[in-house]
Design a protein around this ligand. Structure first.
Ligand code: SF4
Length: 310
């Protein structure tokens, strides 16, 4: 196991470095999409915990063109990290396959045409209910040129939660999307969220076996936090509800990580947001400190991802 001894989980940063031989940085791109649970086709207001502005950099928003975003993103990375950096083109904001396939083709190709030398991957964040076969074919057609990864929101495996947070799709939709991606030349990354106050520890832990059975290669594990501008922010202000404290989050990870497949590459164990958007919990405002705490907590407990995979 590549992570044994040094990290309790199979961490993304070292994995990227080993695969590409250099630090790899994401150029975040906003393709001007919306989400079906925002525009009225499946609902209004989006997922109750979401405010896209809280996690997508301003450099990737409200710019006139995709190529300008790519150029600006690449310049910033080169300025900060010097030459030799490699890049991932990351369609991040909203649902990046929620448009007719010809429009998607135009957007992705504009990004690829503007990609700086050293671009190794195209990553596209989306929802399970917006991945029709022709869109999967389109994404797969780029796998001739570079690695292509689809990032899919699992969020919760419990339909009652999906309903309550206004996701606008079911867990069955998630499973169907994973199966549609199986065997394709596409990497699959999942995004799962834990700490909904109405989900029990057992209900949260069950998710490991669902994830293990998908063809996913990557996983982001996020704690629930409340951000300004979300529907949940108003709910929280009206009636505050319990959120996991840092210690409780580390304890959850100590139980969850061993249940995961050892070969899953973990992209995140702490969700971060721009500080001005964070309402609660307070510890989420210091993701680096939280990460240090979690790593030493898990090392002390001898936690190893995959040691009790379910
Ligand atoms: S979490 Fe994703 S699907 Fe939900 S509203 Fe935000 S961007 Fe859209």
């Amino acid at each position: 196991m590549p992570h044994a001894g040094s990290s309790p989980w199979n961490a993304y940063g070292p994995w990227l470095k080993e695969r590409y031989g250099a630090p790899v940085h994401r150029i975040s791109i906003d393709g001007g999409f919306t989400c079906p649970n925002r525009d009225g086709s499946k609902g209004r207001g989006g997922c109750t915990y979401c405010n896209v502005d809280s996690f997508v950099p301003a450099t990737a928003r409200r710019l006139p063109s995709i190529s300008e975003q790519v150029a600006l993103g690449a310049r910033g990375i080169l300025r900060r990290h010097g030459p030799g950096a490699k890049f991932i083109l990351y369609f991040q904001a909203n649902t990046n396959t929620y448009a007719p396939v010809e429009k998607l083709r135009a957007l992705f190709e504009e990004a690829l045409a503007a990609a700086p030398p050293g671009t190794v991957e195209l990553a596209v964040g989306t929802r399970p209910d917006c991945l029709e076969p022709e869109k999967i074919d389109l994404l797969e057609s780029y796998a001739e040129r570079l690695t292509v990864t689809v990032e899919l929101g699992l969020e919760s495996m419990h339909d009652a939660t999906l309903l309550r947070v206004n996701r606008g799709h079911s867990h069955a939709d998630f499973l169907a999307a994973c199966e549609a991606l199986r065997g394709r030349r596409l990497g699959l990354g999942l995004h799962a969220m834990f700490g909904f106050p109405w989900e029990s520890r057992e209900e949260m832990l069950q998710t490991a076996s669902v994830i293990n059975k998908t063809p996913a290669r990557f996983l982001k594990i996020h704690q629930l936090h409340v951000v300004e501008g979300s529907v949940m922010a108003a709910q929280y202000r009206r009636e505050p509800f319990p959120l996991l404290e840092r210690e409780a989050w580390a304890e959850f990870l100590a139980e969850f990580l061993p249940r995961l497949r050892a070969d899953l590459v973990i992209q995140r164990v702490v969700a971060s947001t721009f500080p001005r958007y964070l309402i609660a919990p307070e510890w989420a405002g210091d993701p680096s400190g939280a990460l240090r705490f979690i790593r030493s907590f898990l090392l002390e407990k001898g936690v190893i991802q995959g040691s009790r995979a379910v």
